[in-house]
Each structure stands twice: as C-alpha cells, then as structure tokens.
Design a binder for this molecule. Structure first.
Ligand code: AKB
Length: 316
C-alpha cells in the first residue's frame, strides 16, 4: 500500500492523538507529523516531524512532494474564543491553510484530504435540538463563519474538480492527553483537571449551557473511519454532522461528584457565553451513521471515569 500521510497541526489537541493513532495503525514512517512548532515528547519521539507553516503554500507543497504524501489531515485552526480576539488572524489561518491543501488536491499532488468543520457553523437561528444535517446556518462567530465558508469551498472543489475532501463537524472534544486551546467548549476538559487539583471549578459558562460534546477516542475513530471509507460512500462533501453526547455544566459536575463527592462548581460567565448560546444543544448525525457506519461509543459517565483515572495517574 502506497499510503503516506501528512498531519498539519499535529501538536494540537486533536492532531497529537490522531498522529499517535495513525502511526499505530499504518506504521510510524508512513505518518509525517508537522506543525509551526515542536510538540510534546511522546509525539516528537513517535516518528518523523517537520516544522511547517500551514499558511505558506510553498512550504506545504515541498513537504508533500519530498515525502510523497497521498493523504493530508489539516488540523491547524484558530478556535472560537481566540478567533473572537484576533478576527483577521483567525480568518487568515483558517482559510489560507484550507486553500493551500485544496490546491494541492486539485493539482493531483495529493489523493485525499481531511478538513475539520465544527458545530460552530450553526448560529442562533438554527434549530437547537437534534440539529439536522441541512438547516438554517447563520453563524455569529469568526470561527463559525470561517468553518461554514470552508464547507462551501470543500463542496465546490469536489463538484468542480473532483477533489476527494472529507469532513466532519466536531462537537466539543474532551481528552486527557492534550489540552485544548482557545475554544468555547474547553471548560469540559479544564473541569476534570481542577476537580482533581482543587476540588473546585469556576466555570466561564452558566449552569444551563447544554452543548454537544465527544470523548477524543470517538472523535479519532470517526476521523479515521471517514477517511478510510470508500469514496462512493461519502455523499456529503461539505461536512457531516457528528454526535457523541450532550450535557451542561451541572450534569458534568454530577458525574464528577460520583468520584469526588466534595467537588464544587461556581459560575462566572464571560464573553464565551454568547458564543455557546448561539450553538446547538444536540445534533442529528443520522447521515454519517447511514453513509459510513458512524456510531459513538462513550457516554458521559464512562468518559468521566477514563478522564479522572488517567489524570490522577498524571498528577501523581
Ligand atoms: C470550540 O469550542 O471552538 C471548538 C469547537 C466546538 O469547534 N471546540
């Protein structure tokens, strides 16, 4: 098999775990990790790494040609909260990096491309519960606008040039291996760290903010299975809805209290509250289930147990 994979943004929250997973699956020399700076030790020691600026076409092309890359996973992005602080930086990073890899695919320098979208493509006028695959999309954040625009371009490049681009709309992602950076759903990772360290957490969203979330193992499984699915099975070339679980801060607190009864949460909502309020509470992912056999496996309580067990080991 001639497959050779490049992960752009390999040192981030998803990129780190995706790189390790793909190296395990296909062999470490078949998976090239890259990012604008070096990542943590386990990632750096696990196989080949290139310093790469995703917004620089020449750099990306050079690495793709030199390593004879067939599949690219573009995981570099500025997330919702940070992009509200640096709108043009967020827009430029999210769009330029996508156009670079779409161009490589259009020119047949790579065969297949994964690009992550997000529940942020939806906005305040979208139906909040069981949000359908196709519905009103009026995102109110820079990040959401960049993801919605990116989806339109992905579909356009597929229809116009036959580019094999595949995408999913990630919900908030939770893992113990790597910290997220600059998202609105990040509280759901931080809460586990603070529960173990201080038995207290001050939440930047209010108690009733229900959001779609997913444990990282499920997200990595989804990412690799859409990329490994047969080309004809991928019917949606913008991006697929994907659902794991939905909870609000009270519900995750109740789940943590089963292990740490003294844990307490308090609330100080900040600028991220209106972002969260503009997003869906739950997602209908029936098209992903039907087209490429997606199924989520990990529930809130299972995730809590995995998070607390692994983080406890880390802190000890
Ligand atoms: C964020 O909060 O910005 C991300 C996302 C939902 O895409 N985690």
């Amino acid at each position: 098999m001639k497959k050779r994979i490049l992960i752009i943004g390999a040192c981030g929250q998803i990129g780190t775990e995706l790189t390790l997973y793909l190296r395990e699956k296909f062999g470490k020399h078949k998976v090239i990790a890259s990012d604008i700076r070096e990542g943590d030790k386990p990632l750096m020691k696990s196989g080949p790494f290139e310093i790469l600026d995703a917004t620089n076409y020449d750099e990306v092309e050079e690495v793709v040609i030199r390593h004879e890359i067939t599949d690219v996973y573009l995981m570099a992005a500025m997330l919702s909260a940070t992009a509200e602080k640096f709108p043009m930086k967020g827009w430029n990073l999210n769009m330029d990096s996508l156009f670079n890899v779409l161009k490589l695919a259009k020119e047949k320098k790579i065969e297949k491309l994964f690009w992550p979208s997000s529940i942020a493509v939806f906005g305040p006028t979208t139906p909040k519960n069981d949000t359908p695959q196709r519905t009103v999309m009026e995102p109110s954040t820079v990040y959401g606008i960049s993801k919605q625009t990116g989806e339109r371009w992905c579909e356009y490049y597929f229809n116009r040039y036959g580019v094999d681009v595949r995408s999913i709309r990630y919900p908030g992602l939770i893992s113990y291996k790597t910290l997220p950076g600059g998202g609105t759903t990040d509280y759901a990772v931080d809460i586990y760290h603070k529960a173990l360290k201080h038995k207290k957490y001050i939440c930047f969203l209010n108690s009733e903010t229900t959001l779609p979330m997913m444990f990282m193992d499920d997200a990595i499984r989804a990412t690799v299975s859409i990329m490994e699915a047969d080309r004809e099975d991928i019917k949606v070339r913008s991006s697929y809805n994907l659902s794991g679980m939905s909870f609000d801060p009270e519900e995750i607190t109740a789940s943590i209290k089963k292990h740490i009864p003294k844990f307490e949460i308090s609330y100080e909502p900040d600028f991220r509250q209106p972002i969260a309020d503009s997003w869906p509470q739950s997602i209908d992912d029936s098209e992903a289930r039907k087209d490429w056999g997606w199924e989520s496996k990990i529930s809130l309580d299972e995730m809590t147990e995995i998070m607390l067990t692994n983080l406890k080991d880390k802190y000890q």
